[in-house]
Ligand binder design. Structure first.
Ligand SMILES: [Zn+2]
Length: 396
């Protein structure tokens, strides 16, 4: 789809001097002071706003959410297994509509300035590909504005639920972009066999991997080494991300540094929520080691958690708080986890504010990027693929 020219006057890209931005055919065409308005261009006054690239949500679960539904009363036990079993029971009993729910939450992400998003979709032997079908429909519905990357995710385990591997295989054939994994030792009980199966599937479809690793301490580190061994042996450098990776937050410093240096060498990324409930990978230590870190909410308002907002400035703030980031440059690192670094980790192309990049951006009234993160001002305007799609937090 092509769109007409859009000229945005008087904005400050990433806090640079005020300028104008001309958008043509859905891409940034030029930036500079006092650009001439082409005939028939739509002209938008930015009122001196800070201009940020469209936000990237690197880890969420659109299919699980009860966003906009009546409050879900959470009486769930504290273990991952209890949460998994509870969710499967609840979905079977309620006939949860992953299509309608993912659309409602994805639209809210867009209204808050997110223009690219990676979502994990549950694939299991009870629901089959039902949730995938719903999320693929959402991806299609919003394709003119929001780029959605779908991870085929074995939430109930892979080895421990025979038949799941075949369903993942089918999901990758039917449009999933990434293969997901889950605690190869903690849930599947056999890290080597589980990872061998997972990596073989990824190789068969030539897809990247994004593995949920909740396993902590030395056992988690051992699993992480097994993952890194396979990245190296199979040439999957730059195509694997580890979500949560809690073990990096609670192993001894020497082992943590050994893992980080292996990850940097193999270009294996970390995706973090900045969880308050577990030790997390330290953002600055990862960055110092050369490991890319992306940010995500994980589930938002679902049977796992009552918390979360589809607002990536809020997520950047929470990651900043969790890492005790106070300096402006450090808060800028937190913002990177939901902008440029997240785009790199997920492989979203043509990202940024340079000419040629896709015209996805957000205008907010803030003095600078650090203030945008801590104050989370209303989104004055959101532009996606060259069109204004939202104002003041509401889709237009
Ligand atoms: Zn998750």
């Amino acid at each position: 789809m092509t769109t007409g020219d859009l000229l945005i006057r008087n904005v400050r890209p990433m806090n640079a001097a005020a300028c104008d931005v001309l958008v043509r055919d859905g891409r940034i065409h030029a930036t500079g002071p006092s650009l001439a308005a082409p005939a028939d261009a739509v002209v938008e006054d930015g009122h001196g706003a800070l201009l940020l690239p469209g936000f990237v949500e690197a880890h969420t679960h659109l299919d699980k959410t009860v966003w906009g539904m009546p409050w879900y009363r959470n009486d769930v036990g504290p273990t991952i297994t209890e949460r998994i079993e509870n969710e499967r029971r609840w979905r079977a009993a309620t006939g949860h509509d992953a299509g309608a729910q993912s659309l409602a939450l994805a639209r809210s992400f867009l209204a808050h300035g997110t223009t690219r998003l990676r979502t994990h979709v549950d694939i299991d032997t009870d629901a089959g590909l039902k949730h995938l079908d719903g999320v693929l429909a959402t991806r299609e519905t919003l394709s003119n504005a929001l780029e959605i990357q779908v991870v085929a995710f074995p939430q109930s385990g892979l080895l421990c639920r025979p038949g799941t591997g075949e369903l993942l295989d089918q999901a990758l054939r039917e449009g999933a972009d990434v293969l997901g994994g889950l605690d190869p030792q903690g849930i599947d009980g056999d890290a080597i066999a589980s990872l061998d199966l997972l990596f073989a599937l990824a190789a068969r479809h030539a897809k990247p991997l994004d593995i949920h690793l909740h396993e902590s301490g030395v056992p988690g580190a051992n699993t992480l080494h097994l993952i890194l061994d396979r990245v190296e042996a199979l040439g999957m450098q730059g195509r694997v991300a580890i979500s949560h990776c809690f073990c990096l937050g609670d192993v001894e410093a020497a082992e943590r540094d050994r893992l980080l240096s292996r990850m940097a060498r193999l270009r294996v990324a970390v995706i973090t929520t900045g969880s308050a409930s577990r030790p997390v990978p330290q953002l600055l230590a990862c960055r110092a080691a050369g490991v890319l870190v992306a940010g995500g909410n994980d589930g938002i308002r679902d049977t796992w958690t009552p918390y979360g907002m589809p607002d990536m400035l809020e997520r950047a703030m929470l990651i900043g708080l969790r890492n005790n980031l106070r300096r402006d440059d450090e808060i800028g690192s937190a913002l990177s986890t939901v902008t440029a670094d997240a785009a790199s980790v997920c492989g979203f192309a043509d990202y940024g504010l340079s000419p040629g990049c896709r015209a996805d951006f957000v205008l907010v009234q803030a003095q600078n990027m650090a203030e945008a993160v801590v104050a989370r001002p209303p989104r004055q305007c959101v532009v996606a693929r060259g069109r204004v799609v939202a104002r003041q937090g509401l889709l237009v």
